[in-house]
Design a protein. Structure first.
Length: 699
């Protein structure tokens, strides 16, 4: 079948949570039947068949009475007649699984072939769990209609903020492994595509197996050959990749450079209100859809960190976004416009509101609510700054009431320890998704309520994979990828359920006790990391050169605009309305009031909102400084416990993963101690206040 590749992951790549031997073993006595009469065969149903036959090596029959696992699509009539409920904006992608106690076949059903594929993997992965004594009947629909990955992969094979080797999509010139992918017919033009189809098929399978349905292939900073991905012959390669993703139910997007009409065709302007510019994009989009009829659309980062954008022409972000939306609309495409827009030329001497980077997204976008086209989506990072260990919810989630919005996360551990330090961020993500936004709706739920088109909201996250044998550098960081998918599907899925399920699938040779140990390591890791790094939401004490390890003053006098203001008396950023940047006032009244007063501000964002004296009394009676010292000593000590836990699993884990994780934990231990010592000394030097417990702090 054209476009359907039968490959499995290359021998060198780890199998993550889909270990072939385990999956094949689980299905070796099964006979499958796929019946899609209700919806018709499509690329996804063909893929489902090939997954059963080629990947699992199981048998497929056409007669359901001979099958032990029946997968079938449902008509509306079936659903109504059976009294099944598929809920929400993505009801179509949901599944119903029936597992009988014995004798009868397992039944996996969905209104769509994509839902069948998701149900198939969910069943393989043990969701839902087969109960021993009673039948299981579960219906499950995704909470978020868009469940997307953003690759920050670049045409030269590097990955911006990538910690797992080179891009799985693109390669340095000459590094491509497949000869048919080395040169184009055009002389002098380079094929930057890696062409490792096995790896792509395996990656796509992982994406689909956790319910993802969209991917943007290239970095939002669009440079070099990536600017030309929308043109032939590069577009032909994109189409080949899109083919694979589409067969697993994922829509493919590209990031585009706002200035492409000038760069590629020499237009004198890229003003989004100029008819010639609009025409250029219209034609470009028409051409893309000729090559990739199922193309998702564009992701655009404009007017931020040096990227071109509508401001340069005195236009607004809606002028920019709607130009793309208009070009894409006839094809059913969408534009995803990033709200991560800020002026990276702040003067540290400037203490006014305008220099407060936390206000930037809100300032740039709040008054554009209601003006975005119905096929445009604003993609907003969960916090107002930049994926720090602890931030409040971005206030734009309150301001945009008539706009399609995607909440953005970062799986790749840019500020969370580079996949060297163990950090499973699901608790933080859920905290953000659960933030109360209005009566009866948390941030996750409010997205669809406030959307112009409830199907055009969701989550997106920066991916964390690369060519490394383990995909994620640290084998345990695979859990972050897995967890992201489950979180998109169920925004309140219990953290410990995800970590345990992941550990069970990924370490099938471990006994139950040690699978729990691994899950426990993950569950606490996000908190531990937050303890030994920048304290209590102050953010950006990270090393400026790459964002790994401490650099308490690295940003203090830089142009990037996020500072902790530590001095001899105290630390923190005053973002109150009364005496600070006024940022606290961007929240609805009850929350604004809460954040205005340090006594009612939650500890994890205390120094985000307030500049407080070291002697400030915390809710538990400790002083602020003592709390910071304690957190740092405690966080670093807990890393020692994590190492002990991992060692306790040693005999049950294969050498490669055992050693790789051990090496990284040892590096984490050094990192945690360095953070502890630098932050404690940094504040001790200012304050002159010793640790109450007499622990050693260098002066
Ligand atoms: O946090 C910053 C990163 C940049 C990134 C940017 C963004 C892709 O340090 O590397 O650029 O966010 O989200 O656009």
């Amino acid at each position: 079948v054209e476009g359907i590749d039968m490959a499995i992951a290359g021998e060198d790549a780890d199998e993550m949570w889909l270990r072939h031997s385990v999956m094949a073993d689980r299905t070796k006595h099964q006979t499958f039947c796929v019946n899609v009469d209700a919806t018709g065969e499509d690329a996804v149903s063909l893929r489902l068949r090939s997954e059963i036959v080629q990947w699992l090596g199981a048998s497929l029959v056409s007669d359901p009475s001979r099958a032990t696992v029946i997968l079938r699509t449902l008509t509306d009539h079936d659903i109504a007649g059976r009294g099944l409920t598929f809920d929400g904006a993505a009801a179509n992608e949901g599944w119903h699984i029936h597992i009988p106690t014995s004798g009868q076949p397992v039944i996996i059903e969905s209104p769509s072939t994509r839902g069948l594929l998701y149900g198939f993997y969910a069943w393989l992965e043990g969701t839902p769990n087969a109960a021993e004594e009673k039948t299981v009947d579960v219906t499950s629909c995704p909470d978020q209609p868009i469940r997307m990955l953003d690759q920050w992969d670049q045409a030269n094979g590097s990955v911006e903020r990538g910690y797992a080797g080179e891009s799985i999509f693109f390669g340095r010139w000459g590094s491509n492994v497949h000869s048919e992918f080395v040169s184009f017919p055009q002389r002098g033009e380079y094929d930057v595509f890696r062409g490792d189809v096995d790896r792509l098929v395996a990656y796509t399978r992982y994406c689909a197996s956790i319910g993802l349905n969209a991917i943007c292939l290239n970095n939002v900073n669009v440079r070099g050959y990536a600017i030309r991905f929308i043109q032939d012959p590069w577009l032909t390669r994109i189409a080949q990749i899109a083919h694979i993703f589409e067969s697993f139910g994922l829509k493919v997007f590209l990031s585009v450079n706002f200035a492409a009409p000038r760069i590629l065709s020499g237009l004198s302007t890229v003003d989004p209100c100029d008819p010639a510019v609009q025409q250029w994009w219209n034609e470009m989009v028409d051409h893309i859809y000729e090559r990739i009829p199922g193309f998702g659309g564009f992701v655009v980062k404009a007017d931020s960190e040096g990227e071109p954008g509508p401001y340069q022409y005195g236009r607004t972000h809606t002028d920019g976004a709607n130009m793309f939306a208009h070009a894409l609309a006839p094809h059913g495409g969408i534009v995803i416009w990033r709200a991560f827009v800020y002026n990276s030329h702040t003067d540290w001497r400037d203490r006014t509101a305008q220099a407060d980077r936390a206000r930037a997204a809100w300032e740039n976008f709040h008054d554009l609510d209601g003006q975005f086209a119905s096929n445009a989506i604003l993609q907003v990072k969960f916090g107002p700054i930049d994926f720090q260990t602890s931030e409040p919810l971005n206030p734009l989630f309150f301001a945009m009431k008539h706009t399609n919005v995607i909440m953005e996360f970062e799986i790749t551990a840019e500020y969370l320890g580079h996949q060297i330090d163990l950090n499973f961020p699901l608790p933080q993500w859920e905290h953000m998704a659960s933030w109360p936004v209005e009566e009866g709706a948390d941030a996750a739920r409010a997205l669809s309520r406030h959307a112009l088109n409830p199907r055009l909201t969701g989550f997106a996250a920066v991916a964390n994979v690369g060519m490394d044998w383990s995909w994620t550098g640290n084998p345990l960081a695979q859990a972050n990828f897995f967890g992201y998918g489950l979180f998109c599907w169920n925004n309140h899925v219990p953290v410990s359920r995800v970590s345990l399920q992941w550990a069970q699938l990924t370490f099938p040779d471990c006994d139950d006790e040690h699978q729990h140990t691994i899950a426990h390591m993950l569950d606490q890791s996000n908190e531990i990391y937050a303890q030994y790094t920048a304290p209590l939401g102050v953010g950006f004490m990270v090393n400026r050169d790459g964002h790994y390890g401490p650099g308490p003053d690295d940003y203090e006098f830089s142009r990037w605009g996020t500072y902790h203001f530590a001095d001899r008396d105290g630390i923190g950023v005053d973002r109150t309305q009364k005496t600070g940047t006024g940022y606290a006032g961007l929240y609805p009244e009850d929350q604004a009031r809460q954040f205005e007063d340090p006594a009612t501000t939650p500890d994890d964002v205390l120094l985000f909102f307030h500049h407080l004296p070291y002697s400030w009394q915390m809710k538990d009676g400790r002083t602020l400084l003592q709390r910071i010292y304690d957190d740092h000593f405690d966080g670093a000590a807990r890393v020692d416990d994590v190492i002990r836990d991992w060692k306790s699993c040693a005999s049950q884990i294969d050498e490669r993963r055992r050693e790789e994780v051990s090496r990284r934990l040892t590096a984490q231990q050094a990192d945690a101690r360095e953070w502890r010592d630098e932050i404690c000394t940094f504040l001790y030097r200012f304050s002159g206040i010793a640790d109450e417990h007499g622990r050693k702090i260098s002066d």
